[in-house]
Design a protein. Structure first.
Length: 159
C-alpha cells in the first residue's frame, strides 16, 4: 500500500475517532476485541498501533485491520479506502457533517459541488458590488448642536 493511501486512511481514522469522541485506547480496545476473537494467537491492537496509523509512522500491510476499524465505526470499508480526489479541510469537514446526517456518496459530492458554486457566486457578487456609500448628511446650521447618529445616519432611539 502506498504512503498516500496510509496517510489518507490514517487521517480518516483520526477524524472518525475524534468525531465519535473516542480515545486511541478506546478504539484499540474495540478493534482488539474482535481481532483476538478471530485470531487468538496474534497480538492485540494497541493504542501505539492506532497512533502510528494516524500519524503515518508505519506501513499498513494488513487490510483485515482496516476492515475491523470500518466495522467499529459502522462504515463501509470504502469510506476509509477510496480516494475522493483532492480534498480541502473545508470539503472534508463538509463531507463529515453530511455523513453525520446520513448523506454520503453521489449526493454528498453534489452538495460539495453546490457549496463551491455558491461560494464562487457570492465572491463574484461581492467583487462586483462597490462598497456601500454612507448616506449624505444634512448640513448643520451655525451654532446648532451636533445630533448623535448611528452609522446609517438615523438618530439613536431616545430613552
Amino acid at each position: 500500500m502506498e504512503q498516500n493511501d496510509v496517510r489518507r486512511i490514517g487521517g480518516r481514522v483520526r477524524l472518525e475517532r475524534l468525531r465519535r469522541g473516542m480515545t486511541q485506547t478506546e478504539l484499540a480496545d474495540r478493534i482488539s476485541e474482535e481481532w483476538l476473537r478471530r485470531y487468538p494467537d496474534r497480538k492485540p491492537i494497541t493504542q501505539k498501533w492506532i497512533s502510528a496509523l494516524e500519524n503515518v509512522e508505519m506501513q499498513l500491510t494488513n487490510l483485515e485491520r482496516v476492515v475491523l476499524i470500518a466495522q467499529v465505526f459502522d462504515l463501509p470499508v470504502s469510506a476509509l479506502l477510496e480516494d475522493e480526489g483532492p480534498d480541502t479541510t473545508e470539503d472534508h469537514a463538509l463531507r463529515l457533517v453530511l455523513r453525520m446526517h446520513g448523506i454520503s456518496g453521489a449526493i454528498s459530492e453534489d452538495v460539495v459541488r453546490e457549496f463551491h458554486l455558491i461560494e464562487e457566486q457570492t465572491r463574484a457578487m461581492q467583487e462586483a458590488s462597490p462598497s456601500k456609500p454612507k448616506p449624505p448628511q444634512a448640513p448643520r446650521r451655525r451654532g446648532a448642536k451636533a445630533t448623535p447618529s448611528l452609522e446609517d445616519g438615523t438618530p439613536p432611539p431616545t430613552p
